[in-house]
Design a protein around this ligand. Sequence first.
Ligand code: ADP
Ligand code: MG
Length: 255
Amino acid sequence: MSLLRVSGLAKSFGGVRAVDDVGFELAAGQLLALIGPNGAGKSTLFNIVNGQLAPDRGSVLLDGQELVGRTPRAIWRLGVGRTFQIAETFASLTVVENVQMALLSHDRRPYSPWRRAADWRRGDALALLEQVGLRAQADLRCGVLAYGDVKSVELAIAIAHEPRLLLMDEPTAGMAPPERHALMALTRRLVAERGMAVLFTEHSMDAVFGYADRVIVLARGRLIADGSPQQIRDDRQVQQVYLGTGSDAVSHSNV
Ligand code: ADP
Ligand code: MG
């Protein structure tokens, strides 16, 4: 049975059908890429799933529970996590303190400057850092980390909440190819180890075709394809959409 089941989802902004009757499923332990040209509706779809945006119509079931109509906080508690941007990581805290903060919020304990962060679940935080390959950087301030390492910290923070479904909107934006591959390989490994489901958007086709189990394609709000990376690469309609935007990234991707 699918962990996530989206059906008949629709959202318009004025006359623009940003998401137009979209349906798909995602099973636990799967890495699903959502691709499409700029303005296709990817972020709108994400924001409906995480509760920041109410759809005009449709249903989003997580393990059979309806998410539409719930607050982002309630959806987060049900196990839908997302990665946050670099600016939201506290650059002046150390790597391990950032993860400890995430664990505090997972435990629903308010952060208090009176308690030394060092006392709080440091061992658990270090274990998470071990999983993302950052154990050695634990006591460095986030502000001094390389960009790719900051992204790994963001991933550790996101999985501190033990999400069943993790949403990643353009996780590798601004990354050089080696960092991008490292982050995707790490995500791939976490999906396998944790049986977590991941829905991610990407512009980089090597990240999509190299790592996703399945790919869905949006164009002008419509879902035009749903299949394996190979099926998507061979799909004429998908190729046309990308050629139509002046990009031959799909047909010429050589991963
Ligand atoms: P993507 O993430 O695929 O680039 P978006 O979901 O951001 O696409 O946008 C889909 C369409 O909806 C675009 O035409 C965009 O201009 C429009 N749109 C998105 N958000 C809003 C908004 N808050 N108000 C008005 N129009 C919006
Ligand atoms: Mg977007």
